[in-house]
Ligand binder design. Structure first.
Ligand code: ADP
Ligand code: ZN
Ligand code: ZN
Length: 739
């Protein structure tokens, strides 16, 4: 023993200690240094491996970021890591680079960024499941026909000599688990992970011959290295077919494709369409999975067994063994932006990832975001158009209905009503009505004294829900029973004002003989609700489908002949600078649901402002002229995409705390701010009080991305060092989607 000890001392004195810089699973914006566990040298360690490390009084699983020469603290203070959990990196160099970039760009603690990239089971220290059996080195050394006296053992060995096998395969060949146990005890076989086998590129089903524009797009995008593409085409123009062709080419190269879909667009139908085309398995990742399901899909992606990985926002952080293509469908969709914690945009991360992985990325939409259009205009993205509709379905005529002075029933003019009747009763088709407000009515008021039902915790009114006989706040969890009399004066005459989907549904049910389906987050609870609605929509039965923006997300409604936008004004006037962009996208998206397979679809937009230029452009079918005038407005105000926006947001129980804190940050940061950045505020948020907390924001507008990143670091650094009231919390929102 003494010689061993001696040897170790010599080593530590002649060689510098190996210092491991790791990300710990804590909300702190800095890495931590450790010594390598005893006996581990630098050569056996690579970024992206997991380590068990002591952390305070706990032990945690950390991710190795890099091996460094010099520790950031005194060498004597370094504690050794306890164990290395992986024999190779879980993430690989480009995913490590992506996580580091995301942490820096969004100014979010690196340890929490890894939570998006690594499933919970692994972060808790579990091992990658060893699903297969293989020979040990000793087993491989055996001659062929060894153990021939124990017949079933010999059988198992000869199967494993051909390669690793699943337990089910061995069992099917008559190898019992007792036999496997005996061979394990002899040290001849062991469990292992599946080694990546290249997924099949074979097609299950041929696609249709491509149209000219589709073929041009495929031709331009196909290929192995980094390029970014914007694919613009209305619903039904054949974008998905373009994705499918590119995926086929990707699989043929032996590579994997990653497909992002908005939250609400990821239905079993969507997945089925991809599964039906390819023999290769599709791994699906979304927020509804159990930890176990997520882990399995992640492993299939990471090991390379899944040729296609499909998922919502967070799937962008799934490692792939051989990435070859990234698709972001409906790239303008709001669900790509994470609104709490790690506030990233999956669309923007996708473009960065494609660059790091050196593969093409396609952003597809009928109504691209102004950001993407501007990137295309600056030739950062190649812009491809699919102008026609497959099957020659006409694009619907768009018409505004001037509501001024008209009599309305539950928000519906006689003109729209006549069109609905004509559609469902005469044409025997379906009508789709869009109203972006759920509940029965947004306001309850006392007719005697004027009292209005407001939320106790937010600057908001309570929405009347008749079906459930309650009042609900749509901004916090507050809910109470519908009162029978006014709490202020006791009056019993309570009126509702305004309109919600419940009310319009009730009215339509009372005047129409056909079914009326309501599609909003109240009606679409449970996994089956959307499923059965889609079955209705794919049927031929005349009906009315009435819903909120849930309707606009990528679903196909082939039998819809008429689309009605009940209250376009509610969309037009919004406090958010993106209001007009969203309204134009919404109208075009809803309009895109009409008449896909039936000629002569019609879109009626009810508004009090038919002369607004936005409607003029929509009537002319010119989404482009809307977007270019909106871009012009953004340019003159320096707002995105011409300037980069960040918000430092605070919320606190005390009304003035947030303002004071942000003002202090502003004062501290101002002298060091890059010259192309400006700070605006602090301003109260659009809804200053929400769920009992007062919210303020400090705007930072930068002319360059470099300036913005410097400013983000500066603001976060100052906010972290300044003293703040204990219960105040703050966060930075880089490229916010809502202001
Ligand atoms: P999008 O994704 O733009 O909504 P899809 O790719 O789903 O469009 O195409 C709409 C419909 O047209 C689908 O039923 C699809 O199978 C069909 N389709 C697409 N491309 C072609 C083509 N080149 N020839 C015939 N049918 C096509
Ligand atoms: Zn009253
Ligand atoms: Zn509330």
């Amino acid at each position: 023993p003494s010689t061993l000890c001696y040897a170790r001392v010599i080593v530590t004195h002649t060689e510098k200690p190996v210092v491991l810089r790791v990300a710990a699973p804590v909300p702190l914006r800095r890495p931590f240094d450790y010594l390598a566990p005893e006996g581990r040298n630098q050569g056996s360690l690579s970024p992206g491996m997991r380590l068990r490390v002591p952390f305070g009084k706990r032990e945690v699983t950390a991710i190795l970021l890099e091996v460094v020469e010099e520790a950031s603290v005194d060498a004597e203070q370094l504690r050794p890591a306890l164990d290395v959990l992986d024999s190779e990196s879980l993430l690989g160099p480009s995913m490590m680079a992506l996580c580091n970039w995301s942490s820096d760009y969004y100014q979010h603690p690196i340890g929490e960024v890894f939570s998006a990239a690594i499933p919970k089971a692994l972060r808790e220290g579990r091992s990658l499941t060893e699903t297969h059996w293989r020979l040990t080195t000793q087993g491989e050394g055996l001659p062929e026909g060894a153990l021939s006296r124990a017949r079933s053992q010999a059988k198992a060995l000869s199967l494993l000599q051909r390669g690793e096998q699943l337990p089910e395969t061995l069992k099917a060949e008559g190898v019992s688990s007792a036999v496997l146990r005996e061979l394990t005890n002899k040290g001849l076989i062991e469990r292992c992970r599946a080694s990546a086998h290249i997924p099949s590129a074979a097609l299950e089903q041929e696609g249709p011959p491509l149209g000219t524009e589709q073929a041009q797009a495929v031709e331009a995008i196909v290929g192995g290295s980094f390029s970014s593409h914007l694919l613009q085409g209305v619903t039904g123009s054949g974008k998905t077919e373009v994705y499918l062709r590119l995926i086929a080419a990707c699989l043929e190269r032996g590579e994997q494709a990653l497909v992002l879909i908005p939250e609400i667009g990821l239905t079993p139908q969507t997945v089925k369409r991809f599964e039906a085309r390819f023999k290769s398995p599709v791994a699906v990742l979304h927020s509804g999975l159990s930890d176990g399901q997520r882990f399995a899909a992640w492993q299939a992606a990471q090991a390379g067994t899944a040729g296609i990985v499909m998922g919502t926002r967070s799937a962008i952080f799934t490692p792939l063994a051989r990435p070859g293509l990234i698709v972001v469908d409906e790239e303008h969709d709001g669900s790509y932006k994470q609104q709490d914690g790690f506030r990233y945009s999956a669309r923007d991360v996708a473009v960065k990832r494609a660059q790091l992985e050196d593969c093409p990325v396609i952003l597809g939409s009928a109504t691209p975001s102004l950001e993407s259009l501007e990137n295309a205009r600056r030739e950062r993205y190649d812009h491809h158009f699919l102008r026609g509709r497959q099957g020659g379905g006409e694009l619907p005529m768009l018409e505004t209905v001037d509501l001024r002075g008209l009599h309305l029933n539950a928000g519906i003019s006689d003109y729209l009503m006549a069109a609905i009747r004509d559609t469902v009763q005469i044409q025997k088709r379906q009508a789709l009505l869009f109203l972006n407000r759920r509940g029965f009515a947004p306001t309850l008021q006392c007719h005697s004294c004027g009292w209005v039902a407001g939320c106790d915790h937010c600057d908001a009114r309570l929405t009347v829900h008749m079906r459930k006989r309650c009042l609900r706040c749509h901004h916090c969890a507050a809910q109470r029973a519908l009162p029978s009399h006014c709490p202020d004066c006791g009056g019993t005459s309570l009126l509702t004002h305004g309109l919600g989907t419940e009310q319009t549904e009730e009215f339509l049910r009372s005047v129409l003989r056909c079914p009326v389906h309501r599609v909003d987050s109240d009606a679409m609870r449970g996994a089956d609700a959307m499923q059965s609605l889609l079955e209705v929509a794919h049927g031929e039965e005349p009906c009315v489908i009435l819903g909120t923006q849930m309707l606009t997300k990528g679903h196909h409604f082939p039998a819809v002949q008429l689309v009605g936008v009940i209250d376009a004004d509610a969309l037009l006037y919004s406090a958010d600078f993106r209001g007009e962009e969203r309204m134009a996208q919404l109208v075009v998206q809803v309009a895109g649901r009409a008449g896909r397979e039936s000629a002569g679809g019609k879109v009626l937009i009810q508004t009090h402002y038919p002369d607004d230029p936005l409607f003029g452009a929509l009537r002319g079918g010119h989404f482009e002229s809307i977007t270019s005038s909106l871009l012009e407005k953004r340019r003159s105000s320096g707002l995105p995409p011409y300037g980069q926006l960040m918000l430092l947001r605070s919320d606190a129980r005390n009304e003035r705390d947030g303002e004071a804190f942000l003002r202090a940050v502003q004062k501290e940061a101002k002298p060091y701010l890059p010259s192309d950045c400006q700070l605006i505020g602090p301003l109260p948020s659009a809804m200053p009080r929400r769920a009992g907390r007062f919210r303020w924001q400090l705007w930072c507008l930068s002319a360059s991305r470099r300036g913005a990143m410097t400013a983000a670091r500066l603001l976060v650094d100052r906010a972290e060092t300044l003293k703040k009231p204990r219960e105040l919390s703050w966060f930075i929102d880089v490229d916010p989607s809502d202001v």
